[in-house]
Design a protein around this ligand. Structure first.
Ligand code: 5AD
Ligand code: SF4
Length: 440
């Protein structure tokens, strides 16, 4: 979502004469778009600010000044602290305020104000996209933002604010613009993307599933993905979309965080491990080849060895295609940060290593199943080696293949002959005339 937001910031600033440059050395304005989800991400901001200070102070203030802005969730949560720890920063603005960037830049008062969210994402959406620039083959599109679920470990409800779903009409318009500019795949974004709910111009409720049906009708949109989902919001229309729409890719990121009911209760997830198993069963019934990915937290306060073993059991049952796992990081202002029975760092480390080992094995076995198979790959960019292009399979695996540049942005069929943990490789499937099989 920060990638998407950063692109929108560039859009907002373009009419004011700003364009992106490759390095802070060449920039008049540097914006750090920050993440507050774990302590490590938040602390990175300050080390980055230290580096920028050196560039800024080396500049001639009159001839070649540099403005530094801190946006995103660290700005929202730690605005005052940023001024105190990095007084060379010029602008601090929360994630729901970037539509006001031109005004902030023009303001002579900018040092005094922290531009905090008004807690409605509404205003910042539907800024005009820069229609003239070309889109990437695969683009993000935020459809929902914020969260009302208040998991006890998580800062999102405080930094991104209340759940807000964009009107479907505006999403369809933005998707059409992206397609007209060359996108073939769109990933719908939201902290709680499957809680998406809006009312269309006829007064009908539009859920994520219904939105997928509408998007699938757009010509030239080959692939649709969405992330991140919550197990409580796997509604029937979404399952129908997976069952019926070939454009909806067979991959779902469905975080469970823990396999222990007592930890899930303390996390305020409001579902049990069995509810999660049921959600996975439903997805697999709707689309048997669906790949599942998840997020896990180890060492949540009070997590016992038995709780952790419940997580490993769940992982063994589900068999993930891919997953992200983290040590619990206490976030100021969240209920879990002051829970008693915090787990020791050593314990967290050991559990994380064990979980990641299991998840890595599952990812490799998942990938190995594709050896000898033909998969469709949407070629997105050049690979590291000469003549190599890289794209993704329907199941989100990165696929490397030797192919000519003319195939960039196209869907091709690839015979898979190599596998490692993070990617697949193969050669173009060719017909009897030695032509690569290209769908688009
Ligand atoms: N500590 C560790 N991991 C966290 N996440 C969210 N908050 C925390 C935290 N305080 C993880 C969750 C979430 C993902 C985006 O980040 O697993 O799904
Ligand atoms: Fe955070 Fe996701 Fe829980 Fe919302 S549902 S509070 S975004 S972990």
């Amino acid at each position: 979502m920060n990638v998407y937001d950063s692109a929108r910031m560039a859009d907002v600033l373009a009419p004011h004469g700003y364009r992106s440059v490759g390095s802070p050395d060449d920039a008049d304005l540097v914006i750090l778009n920050t993440c507050h989800i774990r302590e490590k991400a938040a602390e990175k901001v300050y080390s980055e600010l230290g580096r920028l200070r050196k560039i800024k102070t080396a500049r001639d203030k009159n001839l070649n000044p540099m403005l530094i802005a801190v946006g995103g969730c660290v700005a929202q949560a730690e605005g005052e602290e940023i001024w105190a720890r990095a007084p060379w920063v010029d602008i601090v603005f929360g994630p729901q305020t970037y539509h006001r960037l031109p005004e902030m830049l023009a303001s002579s008062q900018r040092k005094e104000a922290v531009f905090h969210a008004e807690f409605s994402a509404e205003q910042k959406f539907d800024l005009p996209l820069q229609i003239n620039t070309s889109a990437s083959t695969s683009e993000y599109l935020t459809i929902q933002e914020g969260c009302n679920k208040f998991c006890t470990f998580c800062v999102v409800p405080y930094t991104r604010g209340e759940e807000f779903s964009r009107p479907s009409r505006n999403i369809l318009r933005e998707a059409s613009q992206l397609i007209a500019r060359g996108a073939r795949e769109v990933t719908l974004l939201g902290q709680n993307v499957n809680a998406y709910l809006s009312i269309d111009e006829y007064g009908s409720k539009i859920s994520l599933g219904e939105l997928l049906f509408q998007l699938a009708e757009l010509p030239n949109l080959e692939r649709i993905r969405y992330t991140t989902s919550h197990p409580r919001d796997m509604h029937k229309e979404l399952l129908d979309a997976h069952r019926q729409l070939p454009e909806v890719m067979p991959y779902v990121h469905l975080p469970v965080q823990s396999g222990s009911n007592s930890v899930l209760t303390d996390m305020n997830r409001r579902h049990t491990a069995d509810d999660y198993r049921h959600a996975i069963d439903q997805l697999r019934t709707a689309r048997p080849d669906i790949a599942i990915s998840s997020d896990f937290i180890v060492g949540f306060p009070g997590e016992s060895e038995a709780d952790f073993l419940d997580t490993l059991t769940l992982v063994r049952e589900v068999e993930y295609a891919q997953a992200y796992s983290f040590k619990y990081s206490a976030r100021p202002g969240t209920p879990a940060a002051i829970m008693r029975k915090q787990v020791s760092e050593d314990e967290k480390k050991a559990r994380l290593a064990e979980l990641q080992n299991l998840l890595r094995q599952q990812q490799i076995s998942f990938n190995k199943k594709f050896i000898g198979k033909t998969v469709s790959v949407l070629l997105e960019r050049h690979g590291r080696h000469n003549g190599q292009l890289v794209g993704r399979s329907p199941h989100m695996q990165m696929v490397h293949v030797n192919a000519s540049d003319s195939l960039l942005g196209k869907l091709v069929q690839v015979n898979i002959d190599g596998v490692d943990k993070n990617s697949l490789s193969g050669h173009l499937f060719t017909d009897k005339f030695q032509q690569p099989k290209v769908t688009n």
